[in-house]
Design a protein around this ligand. Structure first.
Ligand SMILES: C[S@@+](CC[C@H](N)C(=O)[O-])C[C@H]1O[C@@H](n2cnc3c(N)ncnc32)[C@H](O)[C@@H]1O
Length: 214
């Protein structure tokens, strides 16, 4: 496996030392797209926010800066991601302004109607069952709360080849289940969200989808 393939194979569930390096690299690589996506949200300073698939924890740091009187939670199914994001935000964890747990998006360890905002940066395409996972996220959102999913790659006829190349590099055909923007729009609506909006950054090809719990 070459270096790129090794890196890609760490993105779904970082493990061991290579996984730790991957989480740190993701913090750098995803910083600009994350700031772009978060720019669509109105974050009040007392908000309770959950970041799903928190990886190296940089998104949590950005969110905690905006919600400085609130609290930011992170979940990730990788031990390495939990460790890495906890370390990056250790001062905020110590102040009880951030809490990071090991958990899957399919079973979020918080009660119904908990969060004002839920974010997922570069992660939805790894979720085991997007249809039911979007409903699980919906469950823990407060009424009027917003979900924001951000992705560097959107499935379009033009980038089928890039997506296939990633899958081949990672040596599995179902590795990354990228969706078209229409598919995501429909999945959000099917899970109960309203005011669903798809934003595109045409310079970079980025996309984010946001939806509201009625
Ligand atoms: C490509 S990384 C992105 C990390 C971070 N959000 C960022 O933008 O740098 C994907 C992250 O999602 C996590 N992840 C993937 N599937 C997950 C699931 N089913 N439940 C929770 N976390 C998941 C992975 O462990 C990994 O940390």
């Amino acid at each position: 496996m070459n270096i790129l393939a090794r890196f890609i194979s760490q993105l779904k569930k970082p493990t061991g030392f290579p996984g730790l390096i991957a989480t740190k690299a993701m913090n750098r690589i995803h910083s600009r797209i994350t700031s772009w996506g978060l720019g669509f949200l109105r974050i009040e300073e007392d908000f309770k926010i959950l970041d799903v698939g928190c990886g190296g924890g940089k998104t949590i740091s950005k969110l905690a800066k905006a919600a400085r009187k609130g609290k930011v939670y992170g979940i990730d199914h990788s031990d390495v991601s939990v460790k890495s994001s906890t370390k990056l935000n250790s001062h905020l964890v110590d102040q009880n302004k951030v809490e990071i747990l090991k958990a899957s998006v399919s079973s979020i360890p918080y009660p119904d109607n908990s969060f004002d905002i839920i974010t997922g940066i570069e992660t939805y395409f790894f979720w085991p069952n997007l249809e039911s996972d979007l409903k699980e996220v919906f469950r823990v959102l407060k009424p009027k709360g917003r979900l924001l999913l951000v992705s560097e790659i959107v499935r379009t006829p033009e980038n089928e080849k890039t997506i296939d190349r990633f899958a081949r590099l990672a040596d599995t055909s179902d590795y990354m289940s990228y969706k078209t923007s229409d598919e995501l729009d429909q999945l959000f609506i099917g899970a109960g969200y309203n005011n669903v909006m798809v934003h595109r950054n045409t310079d970079h090809g980025w996309m984010c989808v946001e939806g509201c719990k009625p």
